[in-house]
Design a protein around this ligand. Structure first.
Ligand code: URA
Ligand code: CA
Length: 440
């Protein structure tokens, strides 16, 4: 197999054969194809795209480049949920315990924060004692016993994706639908779930900023599921503002607990119920989405979801008392409000900039080796469409290094656009994509 021929073939817009795709995926995993040839091929794929067959083939090759988790010891269909990444996006901590309380089995491998987006593992680790590295046997036992576990992925899951993703990150080749779709779905398939519900974010805080591109990405991932014989369905949901009001690790855990305690509602709960109800349908617990929503709501109102979160935290070595007493979560030393510079309607948010602002306070990593401060972040005091008077608070910053405040306040003021005219609110749920098609 000749990599130069393969690069030229893709440069001319031709489809690669399954053997060629296998060659470069394996070469990425074992290091036998040099980075410069992989990078050139990735760039050619960015420009020329891949057919549905090529994308499915790349997904399966990446999935089989490492170990595949076997969840067959767990009774029933294991269901997983994955978000393409957002800001204030804590749906996992809300819907996993609710779905498990309804009888679903959720064996979830989550990730860390990436760029401006937060990661569930970092959020869980803000709970004192909570561990996300659990052995395979304990992981399966925990799901079997309490219905859910959320842990980090093992070292040898999808090594081909790990190598290609690291290259894409530094060669301007992240933004390609076949590359993103195969990257996400390969990891989900390798993590062993029987059914997968995807949350494809769209808008100013998302990987894909237009609705049409987001629907294309959702369709590509659903199509891979069809080819692999796994039911995958996707919702395209809004990331035109942080989904929840809290951005930062312990702050987002607090918001999830507030929701599960019935003290808070809002878009984060709405999207969690939409996704969670579809998970219940996908694993056979609910007969349709309406039934799923009724069950999830019942688990919320009875407190069964909160109880399940506590069980999960304690099974993973964490201090479950955080569920009843928020004082057990880490708290920041300083609280500073971001005043609006003008009166008017909140018309637009640069959600990516808001995510980076929280990262800058210490909630995320700028470099791989950075250590996160679990307590810091921000809480949004306004949502799109709100009227605000000059000087009122747009957001509250939570920080441990007061010297960071001035810059963060300015960044937040810049990220939020205030206009004299009221705006039309963007939708929260844009579309549902399944093998039956796209419903808007
Ligand atoms: N998340 C992934 O896992 N892969 C991508 O390519 C993009 C987002
Ligand atoms: Ca099974």
């Amino acid at each position: 197999m000749n990599m130069v021929d393969m690069i030229l073939k893709k440069k001319e817009g031709k489809a690669l054969s399954p053997e060629e795709i296998r060659f470069f995926a394996r070469g990425a995993a074992d290091g036998s194809v040099p980075d410069y040839q992989l990078a050139a091929l990735l760039m050619a794929i960015c420009w020329q795209g891949m057919t549905a067959e090529e994308t499915a083939c790349l997904t399966m090759e990446m999935m089989h480049s490492g170990s595949v988790v076997d969840l067959s010891a767990i009774d029933g269909v294991c269901v997983d949920k994955h978000s393409t990444g957002g800001v204030g996006d804590t749906t996992t901590l809300v819907l996993v315990p609710l779905a498990a309380a309804c009888g679903a089995k959720v064996a979830k491998l989550s990730g860390r924060g990436l760029g401006h987006t937060g990661g569930t593992l970092d959020k869980l680790e803000s709970i004192p004692g909570c561990s996300i590295s659990v052995s395979q046997a304990d992981f399966i036992r925990q799901v079997q016993e309490i219905g859910c576990a959320v842990i980090g992925q093992t070292q040898d899951l999808c090594p081909a994706d790990k190598a290609l993703y690291a290259l894409r990150d530094v060669t301007g080749t992240v933004g390609s639908i076949p590359l993103i779709a195969s990257s996400i779905v390969s990891k989900k398939l390798a993590s062993g779930a029987g059914a997968i519900v995807l949350d494809v974010k769209t808008g100013s805080g998302a990987l894909m900023q237009t609705v049409e591109e987001s629907i294309e990405l959702a369709k590509a991932m659903v199509e891979i599921g069809a080819q692999a014989g796994k039911p995958i369905l996707a919702l395209v949901t809004g990331m035109d503002q942080p989904l929840g009001t809290h951005v930062g690790n312990a702050l987002e855990v607090k918001e999830a607990i507030d929701i599960l305690s019935g003290r808070a509602k809002g878009d984060l709960l709405t999207v969690s119920l939409e996704l969670g109800s579809r998970m219940l349908v996908a694993c056979g617990v609910a007969k349709d989405v309406e039934d799923g929503k009724a069950r999830m709501t019942q688990a919320l109102e009875s407190g069964a979801g909160l109880k399940k979160l506590r069980e999960m935290i304690e099974a993973q070595g964490g201090d479950g008392r955080v569920c009843e007493e928020l004082a057990y979560l880490p708290h920041a030393a300083y609280k500073i409000s971001v005043p609006a510079l003008a009166s008017g309607y909140v018309a637009k948010m640069d959600t990516t900039a808001i995510g980076y602002c929280a990262q800058g306070l210490g909630a995320g990593r700028r470099e791989k080796t950075d250590v996160i401060d679990p307590a810091v972040g921000l809480v949004m005091d306004v949502r799109l469409g709100d009227y605000i008077a000059e000087g009122d608070s747009l957001a509250t910053l939570y920080l441990n290094k007061p010297e960071l405040a001035k810059d963060a306040v300015a960044k937040m003021q810049q990220a939020i656009t205030i206009t004299k005219q009221q705006i039309e609110l963007p939708p929260l749920i844009y579309a549902a994509v399944s093998q039956d098609g796209v419903t808007r």
